[in-house]
Design a protein around this ligand. Sequence first.
Ligand SMILES: NC(=O)c1ccc[n+]([C@@H]2O[C@H](COP(=O)([O-])OP(=O)(O)OC[C@H]3O[C@@H](n4cnc5c(N)ncnc54)[C@H](OP(=O)(O)O)[C@@H]3O)[C@@H](O)[C@H]2O)c1
Length: 433
Amino acid sequence: MQAVNVGIIGLGNVGSGTLAILTENAEQIALKLGFPLRVRALCSRSIPADQPAAADSILRTTHWRQVVAHPEVDIVAELVGGTTVAREIIDAAIAHKKSVVTANKELMAQCGAEIWDRAIAAGINLAMEASVAGGIPIHTVLREGISGDRVTALYGILNGTSNYILTEIEKHGSPFDAVLKEAQRLGYAEADPSADVDGYDARSKLAILAALAFGEKITPSDIYTEGIRRILPLDFEYAHKLGNTIRMICGAHQTTAGLILSVRPALIPQSTILAGVQGAYNAIWVRGQYGEDTFYYGRGAGAAPTGVAVVSDLMRVAREIRCGSPERVSPFAHERLGEYKPIPVTLQHSAYYLRFRVRDQPGIIASLAGALAAKHISLEAVLQLPSDNRGDLPFVITVEPTSEQSIREALAEMSAHDFLVEPPFAMPMEKSL
Ligand SMILES: NC(=O)c1ccc[n+]([C@@H]2O[C@H](COP(=O)([O-])OP(=O)(O)OC[C@H]3O[C@@H](n4cnc5c(N)ncnc54)[C@H](OP(=O)(O)O)[C@@H]3O)[C@@H](O)[C@H]2O)c1
């Protein structure tokens, strides 16, 4: 049977992983599909320029427009990343009525709904499994596997770099800066680590997942985002004393007032399945009204796991091209539906962990407790591990469930005290996990 032809633009981590799988696994892919999936064109700016057709008849070019316009290319794989050239590539592919597979979380989080509309209008297929949690087929789960359920909450560990850093701090008690440096040396963290450790990468992923899970229009700006730079090894010591650990949790949960979305470090019970997610792994926990809890775990990045996601998308799109059934319904909602409308994180109710570093003097606990009482926040426990440094004495207060707004107001009032070495640090305690 005649092959479906693929053009790959971008031959970095994901592009090279995709190409390797398409090449090495070609026979099995053809058996599963019933027809071959053939690489017809390859493009990156550093590929040997504009070779005449090589023995394998693959076009190799530095000009992505040649791939998009190639009459034999049926599906364009956009694996360049970013929001500029990638956007042009996808726009041009749609204009040429070529189906598109992308791994681009940033672009899809920013303007996925709009791109998807144009793809549907053009009658072409679009797939983006690799854009969230690399090797975990979570798009397929939300769009197909559990699409009959009504999702009420979704919690994920969606950034492998920050999870690696947190679990290394936990295991070895090393400070954040040292662990980050080592992660950079090992190639687990970028030279500019901000997208990972400050939560922006995870925020794009949560925006896409929440749109898919709740059928709501979600933009990254709807998501409260806080990174992991303030986490100290001693936070893990205190968390363990409380039977907890710390992870950067991407959460989206429904309340009676609307949807609360956040990416932030949080305390989670050591007994929860999410606490077992170590190193660069990702996981997503979905809670449904009917089917209750399901859990998905795997590698969130890397050439091969992400390559599998791209190749599987290429196979699905190829099948749809052959069978003439492109997806006609966008996974992104276009209007605020009301029921799942995002609401500010300040309306969240949770127990909180508050960590202080103080210069020792009498009356500290009384004045901090006073600030909490003024906001009607009830103290749950005060913990202090032994320390000899009277000039930088850490301790922790946990409080009973209260609103994020009240906690913020109490912390603002406390921050004025001159016995503080640094502003107090707060994390929610996700007790329902
Ligand atoms: N890395 C992962 O594990 C992972 C996981 C999930 C999703 N993703 C997503 O997958 C996408 C690709 O990520 P990556 O890690 O593979 O990035 P990467 O390693 O930086 O690769 C990007 C590729 O695009 C090429 N490129 C850049 N500008 C181009 C242009 N104008 N024309 C043609 N080629 C161009 C680059 O090669 P030249 O410089 O030679 O042009 C390079 O081959 C991103 O959207 C990323 O968010 C990555």
